[in-house]
Design a protein. Sequence first.
Length: 592
Amino acid sequence: MDAASADFDVAFRPANRLDRSDPPIPDPEPGTRIIPAGSVQGEGARPTPIDIEVLQDVAIPLRDGVALHGDVYRPASAAGPLPAILIYTPYSKRGGWWNTNMAATRFGVPPKDVSGFQAFEALDPAYWCANDYALVVVDARGTGHSGGDMRFFGTAQGHDVYDTIEWIAAQDWSTGKIGMAGNSQLSMVQWATAAVRPPHLAAIAPWEGMNDIYRDVNVRGGIPYTDFHDQDIIAYLYGTGRFEDLAEMIRRHPTDNAYWADKRPDLSIADVPAYVVASWSNPIHTRGTLQAFRQLGSERKWLRLHNVQEWVDIATPERVEDLRRFFDRYLHGHDNGWEDTPRIRLSVLDPGGEDIVDRVEPTWPPERVTPTPLYLDAATGRLTTEPPEKEACVSYDSTDKKSAAVFRFSVQRETELLGALSLQLWIEMSEGDDLDVYTAVYKTDADGNVLYHFPFPGVGAGAFADVLAQEGKLPSAVAYAGPVGRIRASHRALDPERSTELEPYLTHAREELVSVGQVVKLDLALWPTGMLLHPGETLVLEIAGHPAGPTTPPRTGPVHPEAEDVHSRNAGMHTIRTGGSLASRLLLPFAP
């Protein structure tokens, strides 16, 4: 039994009924059907190059007697068994809200690049079957028509996928070499699976997947954020049983404990080959993906940081070909030179300019990065290279969404930021017993205009973002301005063994409240970035009692409200201290 089940009464909520999905999730129709060569699903889609046999709604038994529903796609002409790639999804293997409304072709992927038969955030069966793979798309426990109650990640879900992989390996159409692939949740489940080490798991390809749901989104910095789970995930999942209620578990367990630790897989014991993909602009997965890559015990691991949105990257033909080379090596066993692929390839963003793409680095994090401080000066509103001698202070109204403290640094030379940032802040409050602090780092041009990076390709996304910019902040799913961070003062205790200058690691073990007038030191982590700075531009640090900067908190659903979540403990004024013995500073990862 997993730690969470053994030690905690896990909260569940009723699943959204299947008939509420618009369009509906199809009823089970077990049997075999053929998708003829030349078929398309959607206007302008790429025709399927071969006949594809679909073993539809097969029952996959799990160790506790629950059965999952899956579809198996394989070449109709296959003369023998093939390696298989597993897509384990909560979003429905066919039909339903996600596959219809969030299709990649609606977000910049040219229709000609996909057949339309792919599930949301998944691989295209038309391509992979044509290249001698079986693609197995399975509805996660408790979703679609799969039985049981859905659990989000952790050991319980890892065991479900373990059983699924071993079932696939035992089928006569399978060689026993099984891989996994997919974006976002389809990536996160790969971490949970790798940690339980199914014998027939031969390779994974997690493309953008956090590995610590407590620290990465749900209670980042100690501040609960339930909008993401409630409004973007649970609201659009459908099943016949119950869903684990993470929002309720956050309310019951706001500090880190065994329940949350169970959802933080131990990847040091995972020795499976891994092709890991991340991006700087993802508002949900960046930190966790990079942490997971570093923690992976496998010596056969590759990292690529791209400059587009995850749904776009996974469908881009050259990236699909790259992934096939990886799977050809570890699932088919082809000696194709994959091991010569650079271990680290990354992009460096240049909002307002031209990005660097696929630059090779020898290590991650890069050893050449120099942590460089810029000191906050409340007297001038500047960031300075030397600590101010005189103490000064600046205040903002922690409950006013238009109130913030802003510090600026004039860029004098070509500069590259590469990696994580941290902010050491001396601060006090005028009311209450706790304070929530948000921060953002971004750059502006010579005229003071915010410079954005738009991860969705094409003019449409940029034009859409420009319209929104005139009305307020941009949604972080559409535009990226730079790294952000947050912290609750009562969660400020550091883990000295896991913390570094650039990456403070909070224990979240207990709350330590603050007194009015008490000046406390906060070590706030901002997510990693890769960004170019040019002479004439200005680097801006914004600090507030609400989500700071020119973009909103992470939302991945169809609605991007400007209002943040309502868990704030703020009241009254926050006062930042700078200079002298209270030298608040921003630490940047300068890469020569």
